[in-house]
Ligand binder design. Structure first.
Ligand code: SF4
Ligand code: SF4
Length: 81
């Protein structure tokens, strides 16, 4: 399930990411690439292919930089800004 959408006081949508469980293989490259340290593998979930998927653990810390998107070898991340 996608994270809920947060907005700023001015009504602007805050950056967030969506991870595609079908394509994520739990490699963790995006976790290492995130400069804000707000990504982790979700050890409580297993994808249909048997992996722990990446998860945004602190949405308020995401700056929408796209490092995770650019790093993911499986194009499993969408950055929403
Ligand atoms: S967009 Fe940037 S800050 Fe947000 S989760 Fe991805 S790498 Fe981290
Ligand atoms: S880099 Fe891509 S495939 Fe690897 S854990 Fe992150 S989202 Fe999943």
């Amino acid at each position: 399930m996608a994270a809920s959408i947060r907005v700023t006081r001015e009504g602007k949508q805050m950056p967030r990411i969506i991870v595609d469980d079908v394509h994520c293989k739990g490699c963790g490259l995006c976790v290492d690439a995130c400069p804000k340290g707000v990504l982790a593998l979700d050890m409580a979930r297993i994808t249909p292919k048997g992996y722990h998927p990446a998860k945004l653990v602190d949405q308020s810390g995401c700056i929408g930089c796209s490092s995770c998107y650019l790093t993911c070898p499986d194009v499993a991340i969408t950055v929403v800004r």
